[in-house]
Write a protein that binds this ligand. Structure first.
Ligand code: GRF
Length: 202
């Protein structure tokens, strides 16, 4: 008898993922690698950068993704830029939108278009150390454990329901940079883990 559960591959096509980034793009690459290795049953349907010179968008082009540079400086307002980003996203029909180092705060209107379908990754164990330089904040505070958090995006920055967290030990001789490098390794695994959960896997 065929498997007709909600997780059945017959009824549930691969997870469609749209990626927004602004920089290096290592989280995007890690998700793409997980898909290529067959670890994550998903497909990246578009990659959008608000920075035309972002290494991440070059990487997306090199990997033959639908890559779009939509420079926010070319638009008169945040709303106009978001409207163009949404136009591209809507036509790509993502199940989930993944923020992978996207350095723009999304408006409430944008988030409302994809409720509980926008994910972010933050390099701390939220709710500790929201905002910029989370790794340096953790070192300065003297916490012994930090890590990363994948969460749904809500109107409050670096907030929202948590999907996955991974801890990273903070060493006595850590700087923001050395801690960031170890957290980044966990980010790369953590994003794949969160998307696997959403795809109905374990
Ligand atoms: C990561 O540290 C992520 O946690 C933060 O921005 C950084 C993006 O890195 N939101 P990359 O562009 O994915 O390499």
């Amino acid at each position: 008898m065929p498997n007709l559960s909600p997780q059945s591959s017959v009824l549930s096509p691969r997870l469609r993922i749209g990626v927004l980034l602004s920089g290096r793009g290592s989280n995007f690459a890690a998700i793409d690698d997980a898909i290529r290795r067959g670890v994550l049953d998903a497909e990246i349907v578009c990659v959008i950068s608000n920075r035309p010179d972002a290494p991440g968008i070059e990487l997306a082009r090199a990997r033959k993704h639908h890559a779009h540079a939509i420079d926010n400086r070319d638009f008169a307002s945040r709303a106009a830029h978001e409207a163009e980003v949404l136009r591209i996203l809507d036509s790509a029909r993502p199940d989930y939108i993944v923020l992978a180092g996207y350095m723009r705060v999304l408006s409430a209107e944008f988030i409302a278009r994809y409720p509980n379908r926008i994910l972010n990754i933050h390099p701390s164990l939220l709710p500790a150390f929201p905002g910029v330089d989370a790794q340096a904040q953790a070192v300065a505070y003297g916490v012994k454990i930090s890590g990363c958090t994948v969460h749904f995006v809500t109107e409050k920055v670096d907030d929202g329901p948590i999907i996955v967290q991974r801890p990273v030990e903070v060493r006595d001789d850590d700087t923001g940079e050395t801690l960031a490098a170890r957290i980044l390794v966990e980010e790369h695994g953590g994003y794949g883990e969160a998307l696997t959960k959403l795809a109905g896997g374990s």
